[in-house]
Design a protein around this ligand. Structure first.
Ligand code: HEM
Length: 331
């Protein structure tokens, strides 16, 4: 197939299009197994440490310092916060025992993050043993954005989170809302039953069960923070890209894919929702010709209301034009 070795960012990229067209669906599958792609694969670990680890965590800290409201936690989520922290620490230690460890002597636990050079002894449930709330502390050590959902009154509620890399939504606005309310602005999914079905599915998850799904959009440049709050900083780039030279599109326009994990926590009964954002410029997508052709075809066929909601009305044209030379090249 490919003569030159593909870079790691391509080999591990979660290319999200198994079908020739794209529609919203309750696309969940069990987590923890490697998903195979034309370039390699992804998905062995729910928490994925890659070459961007340090840079992305510096970026998370920058965003958090500029806007502390990217961390939210309602008071009844304390138990879930602690459980999230210890769960994610265990996942990191299991996936990369050389760099992360979690040990326990009696009631005292010890955490070591060799990647960042952090060490911390703590007693779960005792806030005085941590420098900051547990969800904020662990969120600053994983590349994933985090939302915690409480389950009560036959519904799910987004009652805590640390989200610095949102694709055009706002945690501060959404915190305390129900799962159905959070998805209020998404077209089609309510009439088609996608969201009510997803909620039923999630409410039925048993302790320890893990599922995953993907979502995608297009982003100009490798900009992780495209939250509603910073729209004035990034909104116009879509128009400027569309008005600029086509030659820039391959380098600047990125396929942005979220790998989302859904995990039932056993003690708090909360659902841990992890959102990991991967970005690949079109010129890297084109290193895998079948990806370039598939993305081209998906963008051409995508209905306008979905394109509008994804915020790609201006950029999909330039994307299609740049990818056109790959259309029909691969069968
Ligand atoms: C957006 C489906 C789980 C929060 C969306 C979209 C879909 C969707 C189709 C539109 C995406 C786009 O056009 O790019 C689902 C399904 C889920 C699920 C099927 C589970 C099986 C969750 C969970 C949360 C969540 C657990 C956490 C609270 C959001 C948010 C948005 C969104 C904040 C953006 C809404 C906005 O524009 O304000 N979801 N989702 N989703 N989802 Fe989910």
């Amino acid at each position: 197939m490919t003569a030159v070795a593909l870079p790691a960012r391509v080999v591990g990229f979660p290319f999200p299009f198994p079908h020739e067209t794209y529609r919203y669906s309750t696309n969940v599958e069990p987590a923890g197994t490697r998903a195979v792609t034309a370039a390699g694969g992804w998905g062995e670990h729910p928490v994925d440490v890659d070459e961007y680890y340090r840079d992305e965590l510096v970026e998370r800290d920058r965003v958090l310092a500029a806007d502390p409201s990217r961390f939210q936690a309602l008071p009844h989520m304390d138990v879930a916060q602690w459980e999230t922290m210890t769960t994610l620490m265990r996942m990191l230690a299991d996936a990369h025992p050389d760099r992360f460890s979690l040990t326990r002597i009696g009631s005292e636990w010890h955490w070591r993050n060799g990647e960042l050079g952090w060490e911390q002894s703590f007693v779960p449930g005792d806030p005085d043993t941590l420098p900051e709330p547990p969800l904020r502390y662990i969120g600053r050590q994983v590349q994933e954005d985090i939302v915690l959902l409480d389950q009560r009154q036959g519904a799910l509620w987004g009652d805590a989170g640390l989200v610095t890399f949102a694709a055009d939504w706002s945690l501060r606005f959404d915190v305390g809302m129900s799962f159905l309310q959070i998805h209020g602005p998404v077209p089609r999914v309510h009439e088609e039953g996608v969201i009510p079905r997803a909620q039923q599915f999630l409410m039925g998850l048993q302790a320890g069960q893990r599922y995953r799904r993907t979502n995608w959009t297009l982003t100009v440049d490798r900009r992780l923070d495209t939250a509603t709050e910073t729209y004035p900083d990034w909104g116009r780039d879509r128009r400027l890209l569309a008005e600029g030279p086509l030659a820039d599109v391959g380098r600047r326009l990125h396929l942005r894919v979220e790998v989302q994990h859904l995990i039932r926590l056993g003690a708090s009964n909360a659902i841990l929702f992890l959102i990991r954002t991967h970005m690949l410029p079109l010129e890297d997508v084109a290193l895998v010709p079948e990806w370039a052709q598939r993305l081209h075809d998906i963008l051409v066929e995508l209905p306008d209301d979905i394109a509008d909601y994804k915020g790609i009305t201006r950029t999909r044209g330039p994307g299609i034009d740049w990818l056109r030379e790959y259309a029909g090249t691969h069968n």
